[in-house]
Design a protein around this ligand. Structure first.
Ligand SMILES: [Zn+2]
Length: 493
């Protein structure tokens, strides 16, 4: 289908997310799921090795995690569900088939609320189902013969994998990014997945097409794979939307195909077509019984749901009078929101905004710089409270507070201790500062003359001189006040 070059196109995106579940054991055997960093092929048994005759047993916790995710995402939990065999020959599949779900997934429909440009939008979900992860392949080349070969690590094989299939409701790469961020946040709140794209336990494929704005006609869609970070999802979708527009505007058409994102080149490339011709020949898994979920079981899971990020943000806005932006940032991470609530527990309400500023400002900066996870933060609520006390009482100034905060972040020690050790206590005494102020006035005749001539900036300069002489420890308000008094006397004389 071609369209005139002037056509305004809209982008249609649907995402498929695979999230590994943080159960203790694998989906159908007792092997540990904790394979990250484990030596290859050490977390295996006859079941996940796919040996003939080995019988799978359903992991109950994985079913609970999927159903809890479904409840959190407003899905309908099926009364009956079953596992199916998805057949395809590939070296990462130990049995020659993957146990997955075909026509009776655990969860159907549902939605995810995302915020884009200050608007809240509901992106609909198709289904959530459960399957087993496959082995990991490492492609190598022999340095001598140049021959290509592959190694198989079966540790990942059989790890419970939840697939969340979204409707093509997203209209831009930014909406796709927000969708993934929100989904990660919810899965982490539920504690069902680490949802870490870089570690590969949260993976995303995208379907993307374009169409003339307002037209109901869908053009051929392209499936994009190999996106390993939020940034690469965004970049790949930007690239692909642009590529498709260009193809149509040049009178060509979009070919329905699977393309892989190549990070280094910043582009998608077509996968070989034989990889797309799938006939999975699904049939019910004969070694596993069908499942029935009772309303009592579902209600018990519903009661286990924690307060989720959207509800918590609303509460933070109400309870702590925080602006929506601050409340959103604080509650995006359960660990950060927990830390905030511990920091303001029992505190005066004027502390609410101050504590938020420290956690979203300095703490977030330090977490980024050091690559630390918020769950590992050493700063204690009592420590932050003491720091805010010191600041409010004028015991330290803002610069010193930042230095102390950083030391608290690194060591977890109490702020007063750090202040004394580093000599960061603020000098507020008029006696101590008076002589410094006098010396500064005597040494800066020009600035004094400027001030007398009505130049207010001269006062800032003189204050800066005193601050420098005290290595930033002087109380700037007291310094300015003293300077004004002395300068007023100077001009009278
Ligand atoms: Zn096993």
């Amino acid at each position: 289908m071609s369209a005139p070059a002037t056509t305004d196109f809209e982008t249609i995106i649907g995402l498929e997310v695979h999230a590994q579940l943080t159960t203790k054991s694998k989906m159908f055997c007792p092997c540990s799921v904790d394979y990250y960093g484990a030596p290859p092929n050490t977390l295996v048994c006859p079941v996940c090795l796919g040996l003939p005759g080995a019988l799978p047993v359903i992991n109950q916790q994985a079913l609970e995690y999927v159903a809890m995710t479904g409840l959190a995402l407003h899905s309908t939990i099926a009364e009956r569900s079953k596992f199916d065999r998805k057949n395809y020959p590939y070296p990462d599949l130990m049995k020659g088939y993957q146990i997955s779900q075909y026509d009776a997934p655990i969860c159907a429909q549902g939605w995810l609320a995302i915020d884009v440009d200050g608007q809240t939008k509901r992106a609909a979900l198709t289904r959530i189902h459960l399957e087993e992860d496959v082995a990991k392949l490492f492609h190598r080349r022999d340095p001598v013969s140049g021959e290509a070969y592959s190694l198989v690590d079966v540790n990942r094989s059989g790890v419970p994998l939840m697939e969340i299939v979204g409707e093509p409701d997203l209209r831009s790469p930014e909406e796709a990014r927000q969708y993934l961020i929100k989904l990660q946040s919810i899965l982490r709140y539920l504690g069902v997945s680490q949802a870490d794209m870089e570690k590969g336990n949260f993976r995303c494929d995208a379907n993307i097409s374009i169409r003339p704005r307002g037209s109901p006609t869908l053009m051929s869609r392209v499936e994009v794979k190999n996106m390993n970070s939020l940034r690469s999802v965004y970049r790949a979708l930007e690239f692909e939307a642009q590529r498709q527009r260009q193809a149509v505007q040049e009178g060509g058409r979009v070919v329905q195909e699977t393309r892989g994102w190549v990070e280094e080149r910043g582009e998608t490339v077509a996968h070989r077509s034989k990889e797309q011709a799938h006939d999975y020949r699904y049939f019910p898994e004969p070694d596993l019984p069908p499942m029935a979920f009772t309303p009592e079981w579902i209600e018990a899971l519903r009661r286990r749901l924690p307060e989720l990020p959207d509800a918590r943000r609303e509460r933070f806005m109400r309870q702590y009078s925080l602006p929506p932006y601050d409340a959103g940032l604080l509650t995006a991470s359960r660990a950060l929101a927990d830390l905030y609530e511990r920091c303001v527990a029992g505190a005066d309400s004027k502390r609410y905004k101050a504590a938020a500023n420290w956690l979203l400002g300095e703490l977030s900066r330090l977490l980024n710089v050091t690559g630390t996870d918020v769950s590992e933060v050493k700063i204690t609520p009592a420590g932050l409270a003491e720091l805010l006390d010191l600041l409010e009482a004028g015991g330290i100034n803002q610069t010193a507070a930042k230095e102390i905060f950083e030391a608290m972040f690194r060591s977890g020690r109490a702020p007063r201790e750090i202040m004394q050790e580093k000599g960061l206590a603020q000098i507020s005494g008029a006696d101590e500062l008076g002589s410094l102020v006098q010396q500064t006035i005597a040494a800066n005749a020009k600035a004094v003359a400027d001030y007398a001539a009505g130049k207010d900036t001269a006062l800032g300069f003189l204050t800066g001189q005193v601050m420098r002489a005290t290595k930033g420890r002087a109380n700037p308000t007291v310094v300015q006040q003293l300077l004004r008094e002395r300068l007023a006397k100077e001009s009278v004389q």
